[in-house]
Ligand binder design. Structure first.
Ligand code: NAP
Length: 297
């Protein structure tokens, strides 16, 4: 953006709310998209360290006619109480990561769902139809991903989590909508390693492996990875986690969360601007640039 665009009021504001937001790569992705399409979108992170201020910030963003904003940890659930509407998918998973201003009203959606699916296809060249998938973790990312995988026609989804009850909640929610395809397991249950080993695809949605948990694999002891299995880690920093290293050594097809990060952002950009930006060249180019950036940091 040129300074004169701000002065002449040609710049449109978008942003991210959460805590912390200081290490986010979202401004890089959105401001790159804005530059590519010359649409004048300026994306800024807004840290909210006191949850009591969430309502005031949302009101201020509306007053400023922000085009839209993303929501990250810890406000993906809480934000629902401060916006005017929410789509069916975001409602069924109980989490919003993208809010769009339409005719003066804020509408919430969850682009992690489409973002994950697009990234998975792009990065692995594979789909979920008829496959048996083990999803590790049962937090916000897991909710969106299990929903996405069910919508893609997976044969069976096994949700394995440290807290068994949280996996059961997702099982119930998904089975209500898609029939009996999901089953919950406790991470420490004796059967978990066999359930994970016998499937076609493993998706990690826990933070294990990320910055601060490096060298820790989310897999319980006794899991055997095999050639041809697909292993997707939603963690993107570091680019190669302990899980991805183990999977690569075992001959699995592997992919990291940088793709999901880019494609969920591209989906939000499309909602806010109406510009179709998900072409392979553009999203793939941003993904490559981000991989280079992360590789250096
Ligand atoms: P969350 O709601 O806090 O859920 C975290 C999940 O991980 C919970 O199920 C938790 O189990 C489990 N977990 C945490 N620490 C664990 C440990 N030491 N051992 C075993 N399980 C553990 O977080 P979230 O929003 O789902 O995000 C999770 C991760 O997904 C993030 O850290 C990030 O790396 C990744 N993510 C990536 C993208 C992307 O665009 N690439 C987007 C969203 C998230 P309990 O239920 O037992 O607590």
């Amino acid at each position: 953006m040129k300074l004169e665009d701000f002065v002449k009021g040609k710049a449109n504001l978008a942003g991210l709310i959460g805590n912390p937001v200081s290490h986010t790569f979202s401004p890089y992705i959105f401001n790159t998209l804005s530059k590519i399409f010359g649409c004048g979108l300026v994306y800024l992170p807004f840290g909210i360290d006191d949850p009591k201020r969430l309502g005031i910030v949302v009101k201020a963003l509306k007053e400023l006619s922000i085009v839209g904003f993303n929501v990250t940890i810890p406000y993906k659930q809480q934000i629902i109480g401060y916006i005017d509407g929410i789509d069916e998918e975001a409602e069924s998973i109980g989490a919003v990561n993208t809010v769009t201003l339409i005719d003066g009203r804020f509408y919430g959606t969850n682009t992690d769902i489409t973002g994950f699916i697009k990234a998975f296809h792009k990065q692995t060249g594979c789909g979920f139809g008829g496959k048996t998938v083990a999803v590790l973790g049962a937090g916000g990312a897991s909710r969106a991903i299990v929903q996405a995988i069910a919508g893609e026609g997976a044969g069976k989804i096994n949700i394995i989590n440290r807290t068994y009850d949280k996996a059961c909640e997702i099982e119930k929610q998904v089975n209500q909508r898609y029939g009996d395809i999901a089953e919950a397991f406790g991470l420490s249950s004796g059967i978990a390693p066999e359930i994970i080993s016998s499937g076609d695809i493993i998706v990690n949605t826990t933070p294990l492996g990320m910055h601060g948990f490096e060298d820790i694999s989310p897999l319980p002891d006794g899991v055997s990875l095999r050639k041809g299995m697909i292993v997707y880690d939603t963690v993107y920093r570091p680019l190669k986690t302990a899980l991805l290293n183990d999977a690569e050594s075992a001959g699995c097809i592997t992919a990291g969360g940088v793709g999901m990060l880019v494609y969920q952002a591209v989906a939000a950009f499309e909602l806010w601007t109406g510009i179709k930006a998900a072409s392979d060249d553009i999203a793939g180019g941003i993904m490559e640039a981000l991989i280079n950036e992360l590789g250096r940091s």
